[in-house]
Design a protein around this ligand. Structure first.
Ligand SMILES: [Zn+2]
Length: 184
């Protein structure tokens, strides 16, 4: 009987040691797990290359975003950004809507006071008008007011725009009206 008890204790202590070994194996990988990087405008590989003092950089970003959804804009060459006073509260105007060129007017004084998210939203919105003749009726990226969007939501709106989910063109009538407004 004594012999049996001794053997039993040995078995218990062996299995206890095994448990400890397993525990330490489980703990160590957690310690070396790298920090999770949260995607945002400043570390996104497309948006982190835009520069408010280099307006053309927004065109480069827009073309790259479009290519993510198999929309090829590389053939468009007539793209101009003009810096001008737009009266104090307007940051940008799509002056090439319903025309075969892209002409974005930017009031840099107003534009530079916007957050990075607002600046990108504004440029993508105006380029949406000029490049695709997209109207405000599509909502999302083409909603009429410049908004500061959280990165992930903005990405969803960009996707919905380039995949055609949120995208309605100006009608011919609306285009005529717009051309009257923008022709100086
Ligand atoms: Zn608009």
């Amino acid at each position: 009987m004594k012999k049996f008890l001794f053997l039993f204790l040995v078995v218990i202590s062996c299995s206890k040691q095994q448990d400890e070994a397993i525990d330490s194996e489980v703990v160590s990988p957690i310690e070396v797990t790298p920090e999770v990087v949260i995607q945002d405008f400043d570390n996104d590989t497309i948006y982190n290359k835009v520069k408010p003092n280099l307006l053309q950089s927004y065109w480069t970003a827009f073309v790259k975003s479009a290519s993510l959804y198999d929309v090829d804009l590389s053939y468009i060459e007539d793209v101009t950004f003009v810096s001008q006073d737009l009266g104090g509260s307007t940051a940008g105007i799509a002056n090439g809507s319903c025309e075969d060129y892209v002409l974005i007017l930017v009031d840099e004084t107003v534009f530079r006071n916007l957050t990075t998210g607002e600046q990108i939203f504004l440029m993508y919105h105006e380029l949406g008008h000029d490049v695709f003749n997209a109207s405000h009726d599509g909502g999302g990226l083409m909603s009429p007011n410049v908004r500061s969007l959280e990165y992930k939501l903005f990405q969803t709106e960009v996707e919905d725009f380039f995949t055609g989910k949120d995208y309605i063109e100006w009608t011919d009538e609306e285009c005529e009206f717009i051309r009257d407004l923008t022709d100086n």
